[in-house]
Design a protein around this ligand. Structure first.
Ligand code: PNS
Length: 166
């Protein structure tokens, strides 16, 4: 049974992430969305546990999707599963260099594990967690970018007043 491992920071999960998860769940037996606790990025807005909870909420209708967190190397994590493949989303050529490097490092660490890429839908090519965090801080409307549960969590995290008209 093939297991798709979809790793990331997901700080927070966006509609772009959710689209990749849905498309992935349609073509794989099992999908494990893994919040990596040691991403190279700096201070995060949501804790790992909060991000995992949000991912569980927004994927609740997908029975072959499970959510996990991990603090080690992705290659070691993926090896825990039978027939794993690592899945990453690609939005634009600007993603390519980083993804190319990461896929090759992971292949060095675990030559038996393939990384496959899913091309983001064009309506999500501009979308990233950092754009969402930025919009949230400046009271932007997030409805088109994140699922309602994530919008609510952002509102709570960043302070309800930030989302109100003055
Ligand atoms: O959503 P992101 O931030 O682009 O995801 C990057 C992530 C977390 C998947 C990547 O940083 C990662 O795999 N971190 C775990 C550590 C690891 O295995 N590093 C070796 C690959 S370069």
């Amino acid at each position: 049974m093939c297991t798709a491992i979809y790793p990331g920071s997901f700080d927070p999960p966006t509609l772009g992430h959710l689209d990749i998860i849905r498309r992935c769940s349609a073509i794989h037996d099992k999908v494990v969305v893994c919040v990596m606790r040691n991403g190279a990025k700096g201070g995060s807005l949501f804790s790992c546990a909060e991000r995992a909870e949000l991912l569980s909420t927004i994927t609740a209708d997908l029975p072959n999707v499970q959510v996990d967190t991990y603090g080690g190397l992705l290659a070691d994590y993926a090896r825990r599963y039978p027939d794993p493949v690592i899945v990453r989303g690609l939005r634009a050529v600007t993603d390519f260099e980083y993804e190319f490097q990461m896929a090759n490092v992971n292949r060095k660490l675990a030559p038996e594990i393939e990384t496959i890429f899913m091309i983001a839908r064009d309506k999500y090519t501009f979308l990233s967690s950092s754009v969402v965090r930025e919009l949230g801080r400046y009271r932007g409307d997030l409805g088109e970018f994140v699922p309602p549960a994530v919008e609510q969590a952002l509102r709570i995290k960043l302070g309800a007043r930030k989302f109100e008209d003055e």
